[in-house]
Design a protein around this ligand. Structure first.
Ligand code: DGL
Length: 258
């Protein structure tokens, strides 16, 4: 493992591109290899065994590329596999994600916190533990089908979906937690639908800071600039790569505003 090696970043599809932009913003000198497992998306409505198989295959691919660290830019893959991957590769820095419920709980007033995530993320042990500590005012809302609307760039569909979710919650909201990296692309849409005092939180900047801490501690920060980004997909590169490029441009703007 050397400072010059790439950092692997992956998700079930394009959601992790939102994380990638936050990583690039904080660590512009690094070389990132992004892998979207589009062929196997979505993860959030599969079984744990299926997701684990997919994630293991992506991991093997990234290890073949000699990455010096891996960022699991997916809450669902984290919930299913992060612990086992860390046990299997104890020497590899593995940065994982979880819904930003703690920061939401810390800033809240008297209203509720809505946590939007995939059915899998909300079902598993990791999230239940988070709820025990920080979930007093939280209402988890599984959102099957929402990541697909992001993948398809179906803005009208996403808007109708989010309107339905918000119509179901009758109490004032202090915060909405985007517990799936795909939903970060829906932030501007949500901003229009929510009152200005409702915060919208995601874990992207925190994940970037954690990556920097871990690389610094392991003396693996790259010293040369500039960095680079390589995009890969298990789907059809002719359609997926242009979509990834478009979303990366959007995500860079979102990361600057966050
Ligand atoms: N982007 C993902 C997450 O953060 C997963 C979406 C999916 O594959 O269902 O949970």
């Amino acid at each position: 493992m050397s400072r010059e090696d790439q950092i692997g970043v992956f998700d079930s599809g394009v959601g992790g591109i939102s994380v990638l932009a936050a990583l690039e913003a904080l660590l512009p000198g690094e070389r990132f290899l992004y892998y979207g497992d589009t062929l196997n998306a979505p993860y959030g409505t599969k079984t744990e065994e299926e997701v684990f198989r997919c994630v293991s295959a992506v991991f093997s691919h990234l290890l073949e590329a000699n990455v010096k660290a891996v960022v699991i830019a997916c809450n669902t893959a984290t919930a299913v596999a992060a612990q086992q991957l860390r046990t299997r590769w104890p020497d590899l820095p593995i940065i994982a994600m979880e819904p930003a419920l703690k920061p939401a709980a810390l800033l809240r007033g008297s209203g509720r916190i809505l946590v939007l995530a995939t059915p899998m993320t909300l079902r598993l042990e990791k999230f239940h533990r988070l709820m025990e500590t920080w979930g007093d005012a939280a209402d988890p809302v599984p959102c099957p089908g929402l990541m697909e609307l992001v993948e398809q760039q179906d803005e009208a569909g996403a808007q109708a979906y989010l309107r339905r979710v918000l119509a179901d919650c009758r109490k004032p909201l202090d915060a909405v937690v985007l517990g799936c990296t795909h939903y970060v692309f829906l932030r501007p849409l949500l901003r229009q639908l929510l009152p200005p005092q409702t915060a919208i939180l995601d874990g992207n900047a925190g994940t970037a800071r954690q990556l920097r801490r871990v690389l610094t501690a392991a003396d693996l920060l790259r010293r040369e600039a500039p960095g680079e980004i390589r995009l890969e997909t298990s789907g059809d590169p002719r359609t997926v790569l242009p979509l990834m490029e478009t979303l990366l441009a959007q995500a860079r703007v979102l990361a600057r505003e966050a």
